[in-house]
Each structure stands twice: as C-alpha cells, then as structure tokens.
Ligand binder design. Structure first.
Ligand code: LLP
Length: 420
C-alpha cells in the first residue's frame, strides 16, 4: 500500500493533504500513517503464521507512544534497549510478558527495574552482564529468563555503522564462546536459560546474511541441546531492510524472510521472536519541511529548508539516500538542488544534486521513508526545538508529540549562582 502519494496534484498522507497539516501545525514535522504501520505489522504476522512467533517491535526505531500503542493493540511485543524504552513500551500498553530486553550493557539499576516488571527475557551480551543479572535476581528473589545474544560473525553487507554481527563488533558473545557461557549460566542462581538470540545489523538488503546467521544459530541450538541446555526460544533479531528510493524496489519481502527463517530453524520446534524496527515503521512516515530560501553559490543551487540534521540525522550520519519530493506536482522546469538545512555545519545536507521541479520560498519539501530512526535520533542542536509528530488515520490527523516551547527548553538549565 502507498499511504503517501499525490492526489489532485497535492501530496497526501492517506486522505489528508500535507499542506493542510502544515498550515495547522507549522513545519517542520514528522507525519506517520496509521494504515501503513498496521499493514506492515499484519504482513509480518501473516508471513510468520507457521511459527509460534512473537513480533517484538524494536522501540528504538520510533518510540512515540501513539505508534507503540497501535502495535500493542495488534498484539506486538517490544524489544527495548534501555530502561527508558522499557518504560515507554509498558506505558503504551505492551505487557511485560512480551518485552525482551536487549542492549549492549545493562546497568544494575536497569536490570533490577526489568526484574521487578517480570519481563519475558533478557538478551544477555556478556558474561559480566550475566553475573550482574544473577546477583540482582538473587537479591530480589526473582528468576531471570535469559538468552545469550550470539555474535555469529556474519557480514550483514550493510553500512559499517549499523553492522553488528561481525566478531570485531562490540555486540554479543562470540559463537565460539557460547557453549562456555551457557554452561556458566546453568550454574548461576536466579537464572533460567530459555533461548538463543542474534541480531547482525540493520538495513540488510539481501537474504544471504540472514541465511548464514540463522543456520549458525540453528547449529548452535542443536549443540546446546545436546549438552543438556533447554533452548525453547530463538530470537532472530531485526534488520530487514526497506526501499529508501523510488527507483528501486529491491528490499527482501517479509515472506522471503520468513521462508529463510523456516528453512533454517523450522525443524527445531522453537518459539520464535523477531525484533523488526525499520521494516515496520520506516516507510510509514515522512518529514515535512518548508523552503526558507533558495540560493546559488558557484555551480550549486541550494534549497534551504526549515528541517535540519538535528531533526533527521540519517543523511549526515550514514550518507543515507532518501527520496525527496515537493508538496505539489508541478510542470515547472527541473533543477538539480542541494537540499540543506539551516544548521551551521556543512554536514547539514539531506541530498546533493537532487532533481526537483523549481521550488520557491514557502513550498513544502517532503523527505520520505523517515518513520524509523528519524524523530528518535533528533536533538535540539542549535537550540532548535524538537519537531512535532503527527499521525494520520484516514481523513483525520492528530498531533502525537507537541513542539516544546523555548522557555521550557531553556528552563532545563540552571544558571550558575542559582542554588535553589
Ligand atoms: N534488535 C536489536 C538488538 C537492534 O540493535 C536493532 C537495531 C533492532 C533489533 C532493529 O533493527 P531494524 O529492524 O530496525 O533494522 N540508526 C540506524 C539504525 C540502527 C539500528 C540499531 N539496531 C539507522 O538509521 O540506520
């Protein structure tokens, strides 16, 4: 389904013209489509129907309460990586029994909070963390259900900053050390081993890395079972890529992904957890900005918009490509624009030499595919207020995060000399 499209010449989110929202809310803002999110979740659930599967939405992709709430109502669980994310998942209605806690290094305080909630599973990332969980569980007279995050040493073939499953990455326990870790876990008080876990990276655009990693995890599961460990759950992580440009349609489908999973681990008769983030919400959101000014420097024509790298970091951080379109269809001659924000950094660039019909100050500019890792990675750099988020449902829209005012931003600081 395409929730974002031109209708009668104007860019719409479902049945609402983006211009209408812009006039009501002011730019820049993020805009999400309820139907798009629900359709993606349903496609995932349908693809995995042969498994006893729990879809634990990776909250880090977009942690707005309204979005988590939509997924909770559909039956989703949550994959969280901090106490803050766990609190967000719980507040949005995801029961603790559907929460898995990943995260490279959980603090004692965070572990205690998770134990008090009785979450479904800790995905443990190191032997030291395991011992901290055991000690906390013993203190609180709880039992922690644990899986080790296994680093299968597979190249996910994605951007180096979001590749996590190679042995040189900081994530998980090397597959060669797994058996020893499970043997230790069996002996520790307060620990109940329930499964294995993996996650090799994000925005993975071919199935081969998944195939390789899933089969290593399947082999390990067999070895662990042979050694007497109870492995009843396999957490396959997230990572399925999405199409970010409107020219190619080459992301693997959820059905193909599910088939690969079935072939690799189906025979093990385990419950399956998946942790998709981007593939659920990435293409369910857009970032809407307005042109402030245009200008020409040398050979470059700049479209300076009111959204900036602090609102949406992916192009600056990963050189990510995102489709950019105008708010209305136009027959005006096309120009090659550098689309930039007003922040004082050259890296504040969304696209270079991007072909767009001639734009003028006040025109809307839409950056597509920004539902995941957009608002969550935003900051208030340059003391720019975090931008609002809007959710569209049919012909209705609602602000699901307000823009903070300057006074409340400044009031977080305590001037030197004010002791009270
Ligand atoms: N599970 C774990 C343990 C993860 O670390 C991640 C993402 C996911 C699940 C969800 O992965 P997804 O299905 O969304 O690919 N900021 C980067 C992406 C960082 C992903 C980190 N981990 C970006 O904008 O590309």
């Amino acid at each position: 389904m395409n929730a974002f499209a031109y209708r009668d010449g104007y860019y719409h989110a479902q049945d609402v013209a983006i211009r209408h929202i812009a006039d009501a809310v002011g730019t820049p803002f993020y805009c999400y489509s309820r139907a798009a999110i629900e359709a993606r979740y349903d496609a995932f659930a349908d693809a995995l129907k042969d498994f006893n599967a729990l879809i634990c939405y990776a909250v880090k992709a977009n942690s707005n309460q309204a979005l988590i709430g939509l997924l909770a109502a559909r039956g989703a669980g949550a994959d969280v990586v901090s106490e803050g994310e766990m609190r967000r998942a719980l507040a949005a209605g995801i029961p603790a029994s559907k929460i898995v806690y990943s995260g490279v290094a959980k603090t004692v305080h965070e572990i205690e909070f998770a134990l008090q909630q009785n979450i479904r599973q800790f995905n443990v990332e190191s032997e030291q963390e395991l011992r901290a969980i055991s000690a906390a569980a013993t203190r609180l007279k709880k039992t922690a259900r644990v899986a080790f995050r296994i680093n299968p040493n597979v190249d996910a073939g994605t951007h180096e900053k979001i590749s996590t499953g190679k042995s040189e990455n900081k994530f998980g326990i090397g597959i060669d050390n797994a058996k020893a870790a499970y043997d230790e876990a069996r002996k520790l008080p307060g620990i109940e081993v329930c499964g294995v876990d993996m996650h090799i990276g994000s925005q993975i655009m071919t199935l081969n890395p998944f195939k390789a990693a899933f089969s290593r995890i399947a082999e390990l599961t067999q070895e662990l079972r042979d050694a007497g460990h109870t492995i009843s759950t396999i957490d396959l992580g997230g990572g399925l890529g999405v199409n970010y440009d409107n020219l190619n349609d080459n992301a693997p489908t959820v059905n193909d992904y599910a088939r690969v999973a079935k072939e690799a681990v189906g025979h093990l008769d385990c419950d399956i957890i998946v942790e998709p983030g981007r593939s659920l919400v990435g293409n369910a959101g857009v970032l809407v900005g307005s042109v402030i000014y245009t200008k020409t420097n040398g050979a470059s024509k700049f479209l300076i918009i009111d959204a900036a790298m602090n609102d949406f970091l992916r192009p600056s951080m990963y050189n990510a490509y995102h489709t950019i379109v105008g708010g209305r269809q136009s027959n005006a001659p096309e120009e090659f624009y550098d689309v930039v924000g007003p922040v004082c950094e050259t890296g504040d660039t969304f696209a270079r030499k991007r072909k767009l019909p001639l734009q003028e100050a006040g025109d809307l500019i839409i950056i597509e595919g920004t539902g995941a890792y957009g608002s969550v990675m935003a900051s208030s750099y340059n003391t720019r207020p975090m931008i609002p988020e809007v959710l569209v449902d049919g012909s209705e829209f609602r602000v699901i995060r307000r823009r903070p005012d300057y006074d409340s931003m400044i009031a977080l600081d305590i001037p030197w000399g004010n002791s009270d």
